[in-house]
Design a protein around this ligand. Structure first.
Ligand SMILES: [Zn+2]
Length: 303
């Protein structure tokens, strides 16, 4: 049982284990300075970052956190701004940080999918090296996954570039929390029926969609969906890792912490105390993310 003295110290990671945190958020320094006006302009940002106690981390904090936690590579994801101009400014920062930290940081950039210019912004970023588009958020960006037609142009660009879309999906049940939103699994189902071929990373374990993969038609529908574990320790009991591996296999689970909302070192330590082998961990901790986001592999990085 968790909490005994013996399991508190997880064995050190094998040196060869390549670790990717596939879901982190950092912000440009000017966004920190302009925080008050961004809170006023963007209701979703206000809901998540309205409290001054919630830190807005930047590049230096993330790199220090990665060193402390043994993370080889972090995927920095866009915040779901409603305004396309704010998306663009955030993307310029994310792409710049990724460019300056090859092998260490990769960027998933954001577009406001139901606003004019979404597909153009996504294409601009993918040409500049973004490895995916997201984290799209239906509530923050005022679209509806169950009526996904307005997202067609954006989806098409991602398919052309063969890059995934990262979607914020949350639980239809359980406790409420800032940022939970209403993009629940049955809405994701509608989206997948409309766009069955696009690659999807469903954040936060897909709000539990994966449990329904035990229904054959949902398993078939979700064939191009992988799940990240962002904020898992805040949402679920730790044994979800073992349960999900047994349910959907190893290849479709990406470690993601939701840094800086959660700490990378603590999250990974807790994961490593679960009933999963080093071989299973190797896929979940990094190799799956490398495949899905087309990251440089461990061998390439360390050569
Ligand atoms: Zn999210």
């Amino acid at each position: 049982m968790a909490g005994s003295r013996a399991d508190r110290a997880a064995p050190p990671l094998a040196r060869s284990t390549y670790v990717v945190d596939a879901h982190t958020h950092i912000f440009p320094p000017e966004f920190s300075r302009d925080r008050a006006s961004l809170i006023e302009r963007d209701a979703w940002f206000g809901e998540l970052y309205g409290s001054p106690k919630i830190a807005l981390a930047g590049e230096a904090e993330l790199l220090a956190s990665m060193d402390a936690a043994g993370v080889d590579c972090s995927v920095i994801c866009g915040f779901p701004w409603l305004d396309q101009g704010v998306c663009r400014a955030h993307n310029d920062y994310l792409l710049d940080v990724a460019r300056r930290n090859p092998g260490r940081i990769a960027a998933v950039t954001i577009a406001s999918p139901a606003q004019p210019g979404a597909a153009g912004e996504a294409e601009r970023c993918l040409r500049l090296g973004a490895v995916g588009i997201g984290e799209l958020n239906a509530d923050g960006q005022e679209f509806d996954l169950s009526e996904p037609q307005p997202l067609a142009a954006l989806v098409e660009v991602c398919q052309q570039f063969d890059r995934p879309i990262l979607l914020h999906i949350s639980e239809p049940v359980g406790h409420l929390y800032p940022g939970k939103g209403t993009a629940t699994p049955e809405k994701l189902q509608s989206f997948l029926l409309a766009y069955p071929e696009v690659k999807i990373v469903a954040a936060h374990w897909g709000g539990g969609l994966l449990f329904y993969e035990l229904m054959p038609e949902i398993g078939a529908l979700a064939k191009n969906v992988v799940y990240d574990t962002a904020a898992s320790t805040f949402l679920y009991e730790p044994r979800i890792f073992r349960a999900v591996i047994d349910m959907i296999g190893l290849e479709r689970i990406l470690l993601g912490t939701d840094y800086a909302l959660l700490r990378q070192d603590r999250f990974i330590r807790r994961l490593r105390k679960q009933d999963v082998t080093e071989a299973e961990l190797a896929l979940v901790l990094g190799q799956n993310a490398a495949r899905v986001y087309g990251l440089a592999t461990e061998a390439e990085t360390h050569d």
